[in-house]
Design a protein around this ligand. Structure first.
Ligand code: CA
Length: 224
């Protein structure tokens, strides 16, 4: 899942971004409201984390503009402690939730998971298909209850395929939701990761779940 973080304080931004990346999210960081707005218009994010106090365009203004432009991405505002007025203003501007600074990373992660879930019809901590199960809270994947260790990127890719299963996803949808804006679209990284995932999920198993659809992309499901 891909997240936009708009935060002008570099230390805070890199701290939050690192924690999210460790949890398998792709993260783009914008240091100003203007840049955040630009990125949010260009990319289909699954969540936007928006600091209220930014130089230039404030978080409130960015949020209001995005909602006016009918960008429906879930937005979580980052507010200063004890600033009830800011929270109310943020929610009125169309934000879905807020988090007061300073916050514990565990709380940030929990709120992020909850908000991203709302954006998909498949909610809940566990995603499954046939004998494959992915636990989003514990970051665990099993097939027939047998644990399968995955890297954070492999996990993110599998999560996206499962959210859409058994429908097909295109290569560009994968790039948009699993990688950040530094992804070089000239590379064959998606293919490389799909192959690695296949090795781990399908190798030596009678029912293959990851399928290539020529000219379209990939599909997680039972063989046709
Ligand atoms: Ca700030």
């Amino acid at each position: 899942m891909r997240i936009l973080l708009v935060e002008d304080e570099r230390k805070v931004a890199s701290f939050i971004a690192r924690s999210l990346r460790e949890n398998a999210y792709a993260v783009d960081v914008a240091e100003t409201g203007e840049k955040g707005l630009e990125l949010a218009r260009e990319n289909p994010y699954d969540l936007i984390l928006l600091d209220i106090r930014l130089p230039g365009l404030s978080g409130i203004e960015v949020c209001r503009k995005l909602r006016q432009e009918e960008v429906e991405t879930p937005i979580m505002m980052l507010t200063a402690r004890n600033q009830v007025g800011q929270r109310v203003e943020g929610l009125d501007a169309g934000a879905d939730d807020y988090l007061s600074k300073p916050f514990a990373l565990a709380e940030l992660q929990a709120r992020v998971r909850a908000l991203i879930r709302r954006g998909f019809s498949k909610s809940g901590a566990k995603l499954s298909f046939a004998d494959l199960e992915l636990d989003r809270h514990r970051r665990r994947v099993t097939r027939r209850s047998e644990p399968i260790p995955l890297t954070t990127k492999e996990f993110a890719l599998l999560e996206f395929l499962l959210l859409r299963a058994p429908e097909a996803v295109t290569r560009s949808e994968i790039v948009e939701h699993v990688w950040d804006c530094h992804f070089d679209s000239e590379t064959n990284l998606v293919e490389v990761y799909i192959n690695r995932l296949r090795q781990k999920i399908d190798h030596n198993r009678p029912a293959k779940l990851i399928h290539t659809i020529r000219g379209v992309g990939y599909r997680l499901g039972l063989p046709e």
